[in-house]
Design a protein around this ligand. Structure first.
Ligand SMILES: Nc1ncnc2c1ncn2[C@@H]1O[C@H](COP(=O)(O)OP(=O)(O)OP(=O)(O)O)[C@@H](O)[C@H]1O
Length: 908
């Protein structure tokens, strides 16, 4: 086991982010040569430092906000749809108001003496009385019946205004008159009137005359549709319950005390004493006038609730789109802080919602909706503001549950209808009748809080009510306080739930235990992260610092584990391991291991095993390997997408497990697949990333222009990405990786899908960009690795098989040179003899029709001599053509992967 212990160097000098266009423009002509080694020896990268200041939260915030704004502006279909729905709902209500006034609010005829119904004492159907706490009665009675009246325990007891509304000793026509006179005031509020009288018959029997008036016109009757109709609604629903009350009173002791004893034979078979009870039912008298039936009052809670839910799926789609297309991941790799991401989305979505609210208010006031005119402005404004918060939180929470835009939008739009409809159907009919506790519980689904709030305001804005006044505010459901509180609570609850689900089910990087926060490790890591972040805040250096710094090492002690191959570890891999442990390369991987947890019954997958590797300053390091070798996994760990299972990975001294925030400020990635917003132009895409890294104004423009020119996209800079060809997208992805002037770049198959000309263009860009940087490039193109990479590592089955410069590998694994000679058949023997003299250890591979191929050991070939000899003797020997070539990297690759086949199947 070898260890190294070291110190660190920091510079806390506070400077603006460096814009070194020269990084892109100055061409380093000696790429591919080993002379770079020498410069590394002179100057080593200090650990735990970065070149630029940490990315500022403010820069990220504005870059992200601008991007969101631009994309939303271009989502024309969605915007039109939102606008259309808003206007549709508003005009629907407006149309209803007009239609109602014209057709439903017809003239009303006077009814002074409404139809009267007489009933048996005990109707066969006895239903519970359907009154509420706010129901009011108006009645008249004889004082001697006082006790009967006060014995009407439930529900009259709850009717607070009962006594104040009772009028002594009015006769029936007197009550008719009172009800008639107060019709316009009473029609919404009074549910009933009653008349009660008692007298003695000639035979001494007592009579109790009890008339019930029911109000079929107010809000307490069903929708008010029964107005003016002497229907049997009250007869079937209302009267029996009142009669039941009378009966209960009759049976009570109070009855006896009132001295009204008599015998009652009920149809139930009871023999009870009591008076001759005469019960009747009458509708309220009606004044002449205009019916003021308010259809709007009935429908507006539903429509408003529907409209105010309409942005829910839009918000979900914004988040899920970026999740599905891995745009969040790439932004994280470019240093985006999640707290900034969520804040911007929250504020942005809330802003969109406020635009909708603004349109809603303007049209509501313009069209003179009573809802707005009659109610206190703060009452509905606070309700809408708080609903906006809880809806955005709810959308975030829901968006963590979906990974596909299609599913999210389908379920989102379905939810809009369902939530509005369920609130409409359930609140009035079921929940409103329950106690406050049940109502509060239901409001944990904030749609109920919104609906009930709108309902309170809507009812308060009916024609005959004065509207919701400031004095009506209270911590009750009717006073809106409960709704406000619950909307605030829902905002917090759904934000916390969303963050929790996002943590345990991230879009990438593997699931976490549902109880992760109960582990000691979690809190320890949190503490460490916070400590590191504080310590690292000002640890960045300038070019000058870098020049002065010399060799600086990490303060951490690093242990090198034994390679799983033990003694059989290839020499070059072992020597790299020894080199890495004592060198402070900008990228250091030590014993890196990654196991993907098996899902859906699949076993765990060991993707990377004991990878120890260092990438030097100014170096472009190529990782080659067949599909599934573990290349992308290694890059993803380094870029913070996946956590490593064990081992260490450090970038400029920052640990990927704890200091990813710092690492993101100094690295960038060109992912394997283009991860871009289709509705942004190439220029805007680059601007976004550059802005996120602190580039502003002129510097920003220059940087973007230069980078676009480098990748040959300047002329197409204004085109939307969705109009780009595959090759253009690839080039803009490479440009994104370079625009932020990072110290460390990961390029995952950067030229896949490019035509040869574009490929070479990108290669040029990478070569130029390499100065003062460390680049890891994974590729399947041997030509690319050969041309760009200073060193190459070949992986197979998650294990590093070999490492070295391209030439070294060719020498080590190739079978020397290939020599081909072509002559006529009669000269063939002579030529063969000559070849064997020239290359005594050559091996003839094949010979056909005068063309022979040989493998020649490298040490037998001195190219200049071979050229000279062959050119001199060519004509004498009758050689028509000849050629010599070196073993290609592709052959080395095949050789190594062949050797690796079937090897190293480790148990996890
Ligand atoms: N998220 C994942 N969950 C489980 N296994 C995974 C996951 N990602 C990759 N693997 C597995 O890990 C191994 C290494 O995959 P990786 O993508 O790193 O290979 P690669 O060398 O980049 O391949 P390619 O050249 O095809 O991109 C493969 O066997 C792959 O199936």
């Amino acid at each position: 086991m070898i260890t190294s212990t070291s110190t660190s160097h920091f510079s806390s000098e506070d400077k603006e982010p460096e814009i070194t266009l020269s990084d892109l423009t100055s061409v380093n002509d000696d790429y591919g040569s080993t002379s770079r080694e020498n410069s590394d020896k002179k100057r080593k990268v200090p650990l735990k430092t970065r070149k630029t200041k940490p990315i500022s939260t403010k820069d990220q915030f504005f870059a992200l906000f601008k991007k969101n704004y631009r994309l939303q502006k271009r989502s024309k279909k969605t915007n039109v749809c939102i606008g259309f729905v808003a206007l549709f709902v508003v005009f629907l209500i407006f149309a209803m108001q007009i239609l109602t006034d014209k057709y439903l609010n017809s003239d009303r005829e006077e009814i002074r003496d409404p139809k009267k119904y007489d009933f048996d004492l005990f109707p066969s159907r006895v239903l519970p009385f359907a009154g509420s706490e706010s129901s009011k009665f108006l009645g008249t009675y004889q004082p001697k019946l006082d006790k009967i009246l006060t014995s009407f325990k439930y529900p009259m007891e709850a009717m607070t205004l009962l006594s104040s509304q009772l009028m002594n000793e009015k006769d029936q026509s007197g009550l008719d008159q009172v009800l008639y006179d107060t019709f316009d005031n009473n029609e919404q509020e009074l549910v009933s009137g009653f008349y009660m009288n008692s007298w003695d018959l000639e035979d001494g029997k007592k009579v109790l005359d009890y008339k019930v008036y029911y109000n079929s016109s107010g809000s307490n009757s069903w929708l008010g549709f029964n107005r003016n109709k002497q229907d049997d609604l009250g007869q079937t629903l209302f009267l029996p319950s009142v009669v039941n009350l009378v009966n209960r009173a009759s049976f009570s002791k109070v009855w006896d005390d009132s001295g009204l004893n008599g015998t009652i034979k009920s149809e139930y078979g009871y023999n009870l004493t009591g008076p001759d009870i005469r019960v009747g039912l009458k509708n309220f008298p009606v004044t002449a006038g205009k019916n003021q039936f308010d259809l709007v009052l009935f429908v507006q809670p539903f429509y408003y609730t529907f409209l105010l839910h309409f942005l829910l799926p839009v918000f979900m789609i914004i988040v899920v789109y970026e999740k599905e297309n891995k745009l969040v991941d790439i932004m994280i790799m470019f240093g985006l802080k999640m707290k900034v991401y969520w804040s911007v989305n929250f504020i942005f979505n809330y802003g969109l919602y406020m635009i909708l609210i603004f349109v809603f208010y303007v049209s509501g006031y313009a069209l003179q909706f009573r809802f707005f005119l009659q109610n206190n402005f703060l009452a509905h404004f606070i309700l809408f503001v708080l609903w906006g918060f809880s809806m955005v939180s709810l959308a975030f929470f829901l968006s963590t549950l979906f990974n596909k835009v299609r599913t999210a939008s389908l379920i989102g739009y379905f939810l809009v209808i369902i939530l509005a409809l369920v609130s409409f159907l359930i609140w009035d009919n079921i929940i409103a009748g329950q106690g406050t506790a049940s109502q509060v519980l239901c409001m944990l689904l904030p749609s109920f809080a919104l609906y009930s709030g709108i309902k309170v305001l809507s009812d308060s804005s009916s024609i005959s009510v004065q509207g919701f006044k400031f004095s009506n505010f209270a911590l009750t459901v009717d006073g809106l306080g409960v709704q406000y509180l619950m909307l605030v609570a829902c905002t917090v609850i759904y934000l916390v739930l969303g963050a929790y689900i996002y943590t345990i089910l991230p879009s990438t990087g593997g699931k976490k235990s549902a109880f992760f926060f109960l582990t000691k490790k979690f809190w320890r890591d949190m503490r460490r992260k916070r400590k590191n972040a504080k310590r690292n805040q000002n640890q960045y250096y300038t070019d000058e610092d870098q020049e002065k710094s010399g060799v600086v090492s990490s303060e951490d002690s690093i242990e090198l584990h034994e390679d799983p191959r033990g003694e059989n570890i290839p020499e070059d891999v072992e020597s790299e391991r020894q080199r890495v442990i004592v060198n402070n390369d900008p990228i250091r991987l030590i014993n890196l291991k990654k196991i993907y947890k098996g899902q859906d019954g699949n076993p765990d997958k060991l993707a990377v095993n004991c990878l120890t590797l260092g990438i030097k300053l100014n170096e472009c390091f190529g990782i080659l390997g067949p599909n599934g070798a573990g290349k992308t996994t290694a890059v993803n760990i380094l870029s913070g997408l996946f956590p490593l299972t064990s081992g260490q990975a450090k970038i400029c001294g920052f640990d990927v497990t704890r200091e990813m925030n710092e690492i993101h400020t100094l690295m960038s990635v060109c992912p394997q697949h283009d991860i871009l917003w289709g509705d942004q132009s190439g220029e805007e895409t680059l601007e976004f990333y550059a802005r996120m890294h602190g580039f502003k104004n002129e510097k920003l423009d220059k940087r973007v222009k230069k980078t676009l020119e480098e990748v040959g996209l300047y002329d197409d800079r204004k085109k939307l990405i969705k109009e780009y060809s595959g090759g253009m997208k690839r080039r803009i992805s490479v440009a994104c990786a370079l625009i932020t002037n990072p110290q460390v770049i990961f390029l995952d198959e950067p030229t896949t899908g490019l035509d040869p000309a574009s490929k070479r263009q990108v290669w040029d860009v990478i070569r130029k960009a390499r100065k003062k940087k460390s680049i890891i490039l994974t590729t399947h193109s041997m030509e690319e690795a050969d041309s760009l990479c200073d060193r190459i590592g070949i992986m197979a089955n998650g294990i590093l098989r070999t490492i070295g410069e391209s030439q070294e590998l060719k020498t080590r694994f190739g079978k020397g040179f290939k020599f081909m000679v072509h002559c006529s058949l009669e000269d063939e023997e002579r030529v063969k003899k000559f070849v064997m003299e020239l290359f005594p250890n050559a091996n003839e591979m094949n010979s056909l029709a005068g063309t022979s191929n040989y493998e020649v050991p490298t040490d037998e070939v001195v190219l200049s001599e071979v050229f000279q000899t062959l050119e001199e003797q060519k004509n004498d020997l009758g050689i028509i053509d000849w050629g010599i070539s070196q073993t290609t990297l592709e052959e080395v690759f095949h050789e190594i992967t062949k050797m690796a086949e079937g090897k190293d199947q480790f148990n996890i």
